[in-house]
Design a protein around this ligand. Structure first.
Ligand SMILES: Nc1nc2c(ncn2[C@@H]2O[C@H](COP(=O)(O)OP(=O)(O)OP(=O)(O)O)[C@@H](O)[C@H]2O)c(=O)[nH]1
Length: 376
């Protein structure tokens, strides 16, 4: 039982985690693509910045292949920005992240190969990976799809394409990697923890709601829910017209049952009887409630006396079919119930309706039990 509850809790938690991951990645993915577009625009505009900042030297940054493809790249980012909300599933998201990361890896390669632009690479690399970290930390596979080509291109360049390995730059890259990975783990833990808290709170609220509205033994509605539902139904029927009936049910010779079989068996008997009631009413409009002790009430909206009598006879049959042995009953060898039916009439309060149903039940008891009487 406890294992089942744990599995249900885990399932709820996993569903919530996926929901929040998707929602968060959808928003932050947009932001990341926008940041990428800004970085790209900066790169394409850097010739003009350079000339603006240093007009005397007139040293222009040489154009690369990317400057020639600038329009295509900007259009790619704009399309990706407008498509991001339609992305469903992990693979397409990873593919988009990978293509974007690959684009930057190639950009870096071109920049590193071009001597005058090398100083831009490391700051741009750091900005990109930390921007990606902020946006994509809820999903490690998507984050790594984006950053893996970047790490790889820088690593290959530092280690294989240089004549001597630049120790300082390698050290800076290792520090950046350490900060990135520890930051990712920390942010991810906070994310999972906050979703876990949210899930626990939701479960707690649902448990409290259950306790506030349902009877803990039988699981049917409790007196509080019955009272509020009855008031609502009376107000509704008064306003819109229509019919409303109520059946009050009492288990026959239940004191004797308890005395003979014990209180625990009495509890099990009440659970089985409540199950019988639940199975014979219309769902979800009718309401089965525990009125108190071994008394139950069935509320039947849009039902007149005749409909209620049909339900009462179904209840009788269902309880008989359950065949719960009752050695001390004077009317049967199994547990039986007596029922009082009352139809609501205009002007009748909920208290009056319950009182009249109770009188009808009293009549049914006097008439020999294991049956029902209709109140007036
Ligand atoms: N096991 C159990 N017994 C309960 C519970 N609530 C009430 N009872 C018992 O139900 C019995 C009700 O007894 P009575 O009101 O005398 O009614 P009865 O014995 O059914 O007699 P009749 O209604 O005349 O047929 C009492 O013994 C209560 O202790 C419960 O939650 N569990």
């Amino acid at each position: 039982m406890q294992k089942t509850t744990h599995t249900l809790q885990d399932t709820a938690f996993n569903a919530l985690l996926i929901h929040y991951k998707t929602a968060s990645l959808r928003t932050s993915g947009l932001w990341l693509l926008f940041a990428n577009l800004c970085f790209t625009l900066f790169l394409f505009g850097r010739h003009h910045f350079q000339l603006l900042l240093d007009p005397v030297s007139k040293v222009a940054i040489p154009a690369t292949i990317f400057d020639k493809l600038s329009l295509i790249i900007i259009v790619f980012f704009i399309i990706a920005l407008s498509l991001v909300r339609y992305i469903r599933g992990m693979l397409p998201a990873m593919a988009l992240a990978f293509v974007t990361g690959l684009y930057w890896a190639v950009v870096f390669h071109v920049m590193v190969s071009n001597d005058t632009q090398q100083q831009l690479v490391f700051p741009l690399f750091c900005m990109l990976i930390f921007t990606a970290l902020i946006a994509l930390y809820p999903s490690t596979p998507i984050l790594y799809s984006f950053t893996a080509p970047l790490w790889l291109s820088l690593f290959v360049h530092l280690v294989f394409l240089r004549t001597t390995i630049p120790i300082l730059e390698v050290a800076a890259m290792i520090i950046a990697s350490g900060l990135f990975e520890s930051g990712r783990i920390m942010l991810n833990r906070w994310f999972v923890l906050s979703v876990r808290r949210e899930c626990d709170n939701a479960l707690l609220v649902s448990k409290l709601d259950d306790l506030a509205h349902n009877d803990p033994l039988t699981g049917v509605a409790n007196r509080r829910q019955l009272d509020s539902q009855l008031e609502q139904l009376i107000a509704q029927t008064e306003l819109q017209g229509g019919t409303l009936s109520l059946i009050m049910i009492d288990v026959d010779f239940f004191k004797k049952y308890n005395d003979h079989y014990g209180h625990q068996a009495g509890d099990s008997c009440l659970i089985s009887i409540a199950d019988c009631f639940k199975h014979v009413v219309r769902q979800p409009t009718d309401l089965v409630a525990r009125y108190g002790g071994e008394e139950f009430v069935v509320l039947l909206p849009n039902a007149g006396t005749q409909d209620a009598e049909v339900v009462a006879s179904r209840i009788k049959q269902s309880v008989e079919k359950a065949a719960i042995p009752h050695a001390l009953s004077q009317v049967s060898q199994t547990v039986t119930v007596s029922q009082g039916i009352m139809q609501w009439a205009p002007g009748m309060t909920s208290l009056e309706l319950l009182k009249r149903a109770d009188s009808a039940l009293y009549q049914a008891k006097h008439a020999g039990r294991n049956g029902y009487c209709v109140g007036e």
